[in-house]
Ligand binder design. Sequence first.
Ligand code: NAD
Length: 370
Amino acid sequence: MTANKKLLVLPGDGIGPEVMREVRRVIDWMDRRRQVSFDLEEDLVGGAAIDARGTPITEATLAKAKAADAVLFGAVGGPRWDTLGFDKRPELAILSLRKDLGLFANLRPATVLDPLVDASTLKPEVVRGLDIMIVRESTGGIYFGQPRGVETLPDGTKKGVNTEVYTTPEIERVARVGFELARRRGNRLCSVEKANVMESGLLWRQTVSALGAAEFPDVQLSHMYADNCAMQLVRNPRQFDVIVTTNLFGDLLSDLASMLTGSLGMLPSATLGGLSEDGRRNALYEPIHGSAPDIAGRGIANPLAQVLSFAMLLRYSFAMEEDAALIERACTKVLAGGFRTADIMQPGMAKVSTQVMGEQLLRELDKLAA
Ligand code: NAD
């Protein structure tokens, strides 16, 4: 038995608990079959925590998240809590976690699984086999820089200001995540900014270049302007391996890249913090979709984004590459077997519930591990 791995599970609201239930079955399966034991705790966040405790996330839950080796998050929010003020909304749970755990690197893979190649709006020959990873800096840049605000000018007109600010340590720490990821994948990193028109972009480019030369000379580094990157992602997305970019450009480019795959219910993500002296790294894993109130409670949500988020957790927090790959292969097999939840339904396929999708996944895991 390998040492216990401390996991905090936060299902949240809406379809969060429904899709997390299927992950719990995968975890139980691993406990039984793969000789790994998880020390698992579950807690309330979001609207569920507001209802039970009057706050979207308690200090005690934040402390548990800090003490855990990794956090698996579902989704929060829903119309029930939409009338609350911005200082009380369910979504504050995720913002507090990001802030308290110092999570600055948001990882969004865009992978096209073969059975779903037709779900993309792009031609199959452009996206078949797509496997890229976008690393977005997520705690700095223009969404946080000072000065910011709206002021009234002497002539009565108004001026709105936001400021793109990056320091070398902020650039280095997120670029380091990008380089390390590239080393574990195709060994290519593309750094994206607008060094042609922004001073902060020029500093970004110089800093990433210097870091690459000093610490990652083996990784093939390229640079691209953000506008060109948007175009290239649609023209020929397979040219990329890992992309590292700023908060603003990452926001846009990661949404663009995820839609290359065509299915929200399939997309996982990770947000990582820095490495501490004892070699630990805070990390939170979640699907990119929300709590989907329109289908919550009907048992029809696609659990695969949540399952694939768990696979990312195994890979990046516990270095369990084989187990992560096994789960990913099982997901592909279920789809290849013709099983589809409503969101990815295609003609001639079998439409199944969240629970049946989970059962089919366990069957494939059994077969692959036999
Ligand atoms: P959403 O992602 O919840 O839903 C968008 C559409 O995709 C809906 O039609 C939904 O039914 C569908 N969908 C999403 N996930 C699916 C799945 N796994 N299987 C099948 N269909 C799926 O986005 P939204 O509707 O804009 O937001 C709903 C709520 O979720 C809001 O309260 C929002 O604030 C919250 N939200 C939370 C997070 C988070 O917790 N990190 C992220 C995004 C939105």
